[in-house]
Write a protein that binds this ligand. Structure first.
Ligand code: GCU
Length: 390
């Protein structure tokens, strides 16, 4: 016993990989989720008005101060430089938009949006995310069903994290953060935005651009992300209500998965390996998930009543598929309060059997990936949501 305890202690001090991940359902600790519909000062939230006026802002603030960091403000002005070429044998237009920010008499280099728009179409709905396709390649790779997306009448747009907030613990401030946090180094301060908050901010800047581009219907933009960018999509959709649909593909810890389950990746594991992703305060919850004032079902509820899709993969145990399902499930009471149907399932559905309500969920066979199967479900979901609204 003593040996085990000592070995464990040394191991956790040596940071990086801390303890072995738990993949055993019977070892998930007993936990109580913080109540979505009770305010911090213990008042029950009984109406949509009270959700919007009190509980939603309170939860947004908790996620900003305890998990992701407070996002940077919107720059006073942006300058867009658009280059357009014909692509995919004339079926699409490829647009590259260089976005610079204007602050006083200074121009701050910002980010680049690369998009494909179906040829001959205007005001189309769009999917946007980070790293959806390789922007340096002449044409996107076949794993990305770009033709199918365009044929269904959608545009697709991507951002590269490396343009404005490199995914690197030593360099993440070298992009847009250098302007707001000059001369800082080390991991983010208590409420300072980490990379996820900064990437989410970038998605909002892409949305600002869509509002100026007649090719895109800015009222029908779905934000989508895989894995770390799935976490980003959820936080972007929670903070910025202009995103009409939010899609989280295998976002796991700090994304759709409930932290309190400590299944697969834990708060400590993610903070140790990726100290630049979250705000400094999030580290207080290493090995103390049950003291978090929020859990990730609340992040999904912040998107309500807008449609949200949470997806898992069977072999992606690190992301805790069951924890992702449960977060979607436990977000439902807010969807119900706001007059929608939430997730129409009490149990996790079988493999490759999506359930689609205003909250949708599937668990696909196979490993951690944004696969063609996933895209097919998302296209179907978006078709359904947006046709219904016509
Ligand atoms: C790591 C990390 C996950 C993340 C994933 C990814 O596995 O631990 O939290 O989702 O990378 O982004 O691919």
């Amino acid at each position: 016993m003593v040996c085990v305890a000592i070995a464990y202690g040394v191991f956790s001090l040596s940071t990086a990989d801390s303890a072995e991940p738990n993949y055993d359902e019977s070892r998930v600790p007993a936990y109580t989720l913080p109540d979505l519909l009770v305010t911090q000062d213990a008042r029950p939230v009984k109406s949509a008005t009270m959700w919007r006026a009190t509980r939603r802002p309170e939860l947004l603030d908790l996620f900003a101060t305890q998990v992701y960091g407070r996002r940077m403000t919107k720059p006073a002005a942006a300058r867009y430089e658009v280059t357009e070429t014909s692509a995919l044998e004339g079926t699409a237009r490829r647009k590259q938009v260089n976005v610079d920010f204007v602050a006083g008499d200074k121009t701050i280099p910002g980010l680049t949006i690369t998009m494909y728009v179906p040829a001959g179409r205007r005001a189309v709905p769009a999917f946007v995310g980070l790293h959806l396709f390789d922007t340096s390649a002449k044409e996107p790779k076949p794993a990305m069903p770009i033709e199918a997306i365009l044929q269904r009448g959608y545009a697709i747009a991507t951002l590269n994290a490396s343009d404005f907030c490199p995914d690197d613990k030593d360099r993440f401030r070298e992009g847009v953060l250098a302007h707001d946090y000059p001369g800082r180094n080390g991991p983010p301060g208590p409420e300072e935005p980490g990379a996820i908050a900064t990437w989410a901010w970038g998605l909002s800047r892409a949305m600002d651009y869509f509002e100026t581009d007649a090719d895109i219907d800015a009222n029908r933009v779905a934000v989508i992300g895989h894995s770390r960018m799935g976490k980003t999509a959820l936080w972007a959709g929670a903070e910025d209500e202009r995103f009409a649909i939010v899609i989280s593909n295998e976002s796991g810890c700090g994304g759709a998965a409930l932290s309190r389950r400590q299944f697969g990746e834990t708060v400590r594991a993610i903070n140790d390996r990726f100290p630049h992703w979250f705000c400094g305060n999030f580290r207080q919850y290493n090995d103390k998930e049950d003291t978090l004032p929020v859990d990730q079902h609340m992040l999904i509820a912040l998107i309500a009543p807008r449609p949200v899709y949470v997806a898992s993969a069977e072999e992606d145990r690190w992301a805790d598929p069951r924890g992702e399902f449960l977060a979607a499930f436990h977000a439902s009471p807010v969807y119900h309060l706001l007059g929608t149907d939430g997730l129409p399932a009490d149990e996790m559905p079988p493999i490759d059997n999506p359930v689609h309500g205003t909250i949708a969920y599937h668990i696909r066979a196979g490993e951690h990936d944004l696969a063609r199967y996933d895209w097919e479900q998302y296209l179907h979901f978006a078709d359904r949501q947006w046709k219904q609204e016509k």
